[in-house]
Ligand binder design. Structure first.
Ligand SMILES: Cc1cc2nc3c(=O)[nH]c(=O)nc-3n(C[C@H](O)[C@H](O)[C@H](O)COP(=O)(O)OP(=O)(O)OC[C@H]3O[C@@H](n4cnc5c(N)ncnc54)[C@H](O)[C@@H]3O)c2cc1C
Length: 335
């Protein structure tokens, strides 16, 4: 069996989304090196990198400081310009499988090196959040099919420059992400988008609803419970049935929002989290329950936009550099 490669860095950051990139820029500014930024995807930027910049498309990311609203990819490009002027090493297609919080050690796998073990004086977790599935939300029993998507899958489809051909899509959920999804559908030609949720009012802020109105207005519907089943004789078209049994025709269902932290690494490392969502328990300055381990961005819960997450990364960088000042350089580990 081949020997596992071992590396030692000052700080390892897991996740190259807005928060991880913000943390890396902040650490570089404070003279902390070497810093290693890891991501499992083949391009950096996290969720906003999925919102590619297409002409006439929907702009949903606010640029920090200047307040301009940009396409996700443009927002990421600004961050990457700032990252390029630092010595931070960005390693892509690199999945962190395990975290040993006590030893501050990561087990990582990537196609070039196979399995690697990386020890660091401090570790920053910036693994973001994911959407709860319709099954997790108790809305739909059973598996997935081509006409039932999460917002993320909608982004991936429209990001490839394809025009979506649905005539009666329904968005389940009504928070910021749901309105961004409805705007995407309307921008790509859907004549009518219905939005349903179990809350009495849309969950998105007044500002978000006003902002997305320029792409059209989804038809809002509040329902006590949601139940989705295929229409008899046609497996492509769905029918949504609500508690009062009034069916709504629908040729695509986008299940949106309700973010939960991507907290698998924390849970597995037995770092303290608050159930049921596994929100990380943090002390002062986003320090996790093991010394030298920090969390930032949407992993912290509360679920914010990209610019807030970048600021959160910059803030955690300050906390990490303070921690490192008090911690002798590479005192551990003994392999
Ligand atoms: C579907 C969806 C749509 C959204 N739409 C908007 C929007 O329109 N406007 C807006 O302002 N905000 C939106 N948001 C909020 C968005 O999450 C934040 O804007 C921002 O991207 C969060 O930054 P982050 O760095 O915390 O996490 P993310 O952007 O999620 O980045 C986390 C990164 O960590 C990596 N990662 C995770 N686990 C591992 C691992 N084990 N090993 C290696 N890498 C790992 C992931 O690959 C990812 O690149 C949306 C969120 C979701 C889920």
């Amino acid at each position: 069996m081949s020997e596992i490669i071992k590396e030692q860095v000052r700080v390892a950051i897991v996740g190259a989304g807005p928060a991880g990139i913000g943390a890396a820029i902040g650490l570089a500014r404070r003279g902390v090196a070497p810093v290693l930024l890891l991501d499992r995807w083949d391009k950096p930027g996290g969720i906003p990198a999925k919102y590619s910049a297409e002409a006439g498309g929907v702009r949903t990311y606010v640029q920090p400081a200047r307040g301009r609203v940009l396409h996700g990819q443009q927002f990421v490009d600004h961050l990457l310009d700032r990252l390029a002027s630092t010595e931070v090493e960005l390693r892509l297609e690199c999945t962190v499988l395990e975290l040993n919080a006590e030893r501050r050690e990561l087990t990582v796998v990537d196609p070039m090196h196979g399995k690697t073990r990386i020890a660091a004086d401090a570790i920053v977790l910036a693994t973001g959040a994911r959407e709860e599935t319709a099954v997790e939300r108790g809305w739909i029993a059973g598996g997935r099919d081509g006409h039932r998507l999460q917002t993320m899958q909608l982004l991936q489809l429209s990001g490839r420059g394809k025009r979506l051909s649905w005539g009666q899509p329904v968005v389940a959920g009504s928070d910021l992400i749901a309105y961004a999804a409805a705007a995407k559908l309307m921008a790509s030609g859907a004549p009518l988008v219905r939005m349903v949720d179990t809350s009495t009012r849309p969950r998105a802020s007044w500002f978000a609803r006003w902002y997305f109105r320029r792409w059209g207005r989804p038809e809002w519907q509040c329902e006590n419970s949601l139940n989705v089943s295929p229409r008899e004789g046609d497996s492509r078209i769905w029918q949504l049935r609500f508690q009062n049994d009034r069916p709504i025709p629908c040729d695509a269902l986008i299940v949106s929002g309700h973010l939960v932290p991507n907290a698998e690494l924390l849970v597995e490392a037995r770092l303290e989290t608050r159930t049921p969502l596994h929100l990380p328990v943090t002390g002062a300055c986003s320090q996790l329950s093991a010394p030298g381990c920090f969390a930032t961005g949407n992993l912290l819960g509360g679920f914010h936009g990209g610019s807030w997450c970048t600021q959160s990364g910059l803030r955690v960088a300050k906390a990490v550099s303070r921690y490192l000042e008090a911690c002798p350089e590479s005192a551990k580990p003994t392999w």
